[in-house]
Design a protein around this ligand. Sequence first.
Ligand code: HH2
Length: 269
Amino acid sequence: MAGSPDGPRVYVPGAVMGVLNVTPDSFSDGGRFLDPEAAVAHGLRLIDEGAEIVDVGGESTRPGADPVGPDEEIRRVLPVVAGLADKVRVSIDTRHPEVARVAVAEGAEIINDISACLGSLAAELGVGWVAIHMLGDPRTMQDDPTYGDVVAEVRAFLVERAERAAEAGVAEVWIDPGIGFGKTTRHNLELLAGLEALVDTGWPVLVGASRKRFLGELAAVSDGIDGLTPPDDRREGSVAVAAWAFHCGVRLVRAHDVRSTVQAAQVVG
Ligand code: HH2
């Protein structure tokens, strides 16, 4: 169940946003799609597997990642956005206004924004906007993140940003708890357990847990091995989180493994 804050709660089946990172260093698919042709071909595969949105990113935001200048980010993402935007809804995964601007000019319809600061730009450009919660920035966010009540704090932050964006004129606003963005494994699990508190705000909720580190940690425990399972080996946990999220009323799940995640959406609704 989901709806807008002003309207009735209506049933909306879950959808999948496919991940397409055009970077050398993303934690899971880094270096695989640096060539624009390979990236567009992967985007087409994600569409074929059932992605309703393809999320194109040119800067890794994994913990400790080095920032990328907007010029380099634009060079990476632009041909890929151009190659996909007439075939699927494209979101541009960026915190840089310059990148968002040129990606939208090339056909991107949503700004997926870990800075949660580009709401007024989305209003100006007439596109959708995802507000993501992050503590600090990617270089430092995992240095001892601390909350009193993580669910309440993330919820209050996102509602404030969403309301501000809507007032500025953004017609399509999403909120996202930012799994892994300045959160310990316990924080991630508390946020997932508390997803209904986000859904109950009435703002459509997006969740991105796909292949993230905490799933590697939990899978290693259940496999009885030390350390982490590698990102490519975290599909079961990722799909389990997606099924749970859809069950809680989350409308959109960001995923590397699109086919399995679409199947989870079909089973759970
Ligand atoms: N997570 C990542 C990037 N963008 N966008 C949203 N809305 N929600 C998320 O949780 C989210 C996101 C980080 O994952 P990924 O893009 O797979 O890796 P990297 O940052 O290393 O490129």
